[in-house]
Write a protein that binds this ligand. Structure first.
Ligand code: SF4
Length: 242
């Protein structure tokens, strides 16, 4: 039995629970950041018990489970859920903003991999403040915690996803992010505003930006450092390999 399972009915707040295209997606509500372009922190939620989510997963032949949403690590009962999913043979990918490295460390033996986000060069605290809605002190702490989280997560498969908002992620800033990508399995470059379900307009951007050509140039720099770069935007998807 999973070490994290405890007695009693445990409730978690979910934005959505779905099973499609080879992946069960558990999207949690709530986040400890206030990113001004975030759709998910404004979405309604329902309460589900760990048992009901595990039952949902168990009834499906889909093996891959993605735990995302807003921020999964805020759920007190995330670890019992991960342990139970692992116990029924599911392959769990855990997404996080990286603010709770201790939770990632506890989850490490039971997950297949992680997804963490880098929002801007981690030295640029002013940019981090704008992008997360957090104070200077909290932004500095976040950078420290995110670096710890990356160090833990790269022991497994690790995707770093980068939401390309051109004022912060561009040809000038990307080279300063490369040192954070040591040991990362892949980077996903996501064109800002290319999926209205993911983003709210921000800094005057109301449609997909930057251009696909610009994304490919950024990918060309990053792929020198990591095995592959996945680019996602209004022109579709492409993968660049080293
Ligand atoms: S973008 Fe991510 S880190 Fe920011 S508020 Fe939304 S879920 Fe949280």
């Amino acid at each position: 039995m999973c070490a994290f399972i405890r007695k009693g009915r445990i409730l978690m707040r979910l934005i959505d629970l779905s099973d499609a295209m080879g992946q069960i997606r558990v999207e949690f509500a709530g986040c400890n950041m206030k990113c001004p372009y975030c759709v998910h922190i404004h979405q309604p939620f329902k309460e589900w018990s760990v048992e009901d989510v595990v039952k949902f997963a168990k009834q499906s032949t889909t093996r891959n489970v993605y735990l995302g949403g807003a921020e999964p690590t805020l759920q007190k009962d995330l670890l019992p859920l991960i342990g139970a999913l692992d116990g029924i043979g599911k392959k769990v990918i855990l997404k996080s903003n990286g603010m709770k490295p201790d939770v990632l460390e506890s989850a490490l033996p039971f997950v297949e991999g992680f997804v963490l986000e880098i929002k801007a060069p981690l030295e640029d605290i002013q940019a981090i403040m704008v992008l997360t809605g957090m104070s200077e002190e909290r932004s500095k702490k976040y950078v420290e915690l995110l670096r710890r989280s990356i160090g833990i997560a790269r022991q497994k498969w690790l995707r770093i996803w980068i939401r390309v908002i051109p004022e912060f992620i561009n040809l000038k800033t990307v080279p300063t992010i490369l040192s954070e990508l040591e040991g990362v399995s892949e980077v996903m470059l996501y064109q800002f505003m290319s999926n209205p379900e993911f983003d709210l307009p921000f800094m005057g951007h109301e449609g997909p930006t930057p251009s696909w050509a610009e994304l490919k140039k950024l990918g060309g720099i990053i792929v020198e450092k990591v095995p592959q770069v996945r680019i996602v935007g209004d022109a579709g998807k492409t993968v660049m390999k080293k």
